[in-house]
Design a binder for this molecule. Sequence first.
Ligand SMILES: [Zn+2]
Ligand SMILES: [Zn+2]
Length: 89
Amino acid sequence: MDPANDDLRDEVTCPVCLEIPRSGGLLPCPNSHLICVDCFDRLRRRKVCPECRAAYVVPQGMTKPRPSPLADKLLDQMTFQCRLVIFAY
Ligand SMILES: [Zn+2]
Ligand SMILES: [Zn+2]
């Protein structure tokens, strides 16, 4: 396994379910950590970032994590790689 690839994987792995989400975004925590849409929903009551443990406030009406073009791009790349692996075997 390419170590650079592992780093990329870490970047986009959801810290709660440890999956590479198909759809994710950024928490309103001070460090803007990535979270998947499902876990954002699950964390609504706790409001503590699972990654940096900082408490955060979900702005009113916010039902999904903040979209991140960079995260989207990374996720796109990761899922593309997954597809390639599936086809290769
Ligand atoms: Zn998750
Ligand atoms: Zn955080």
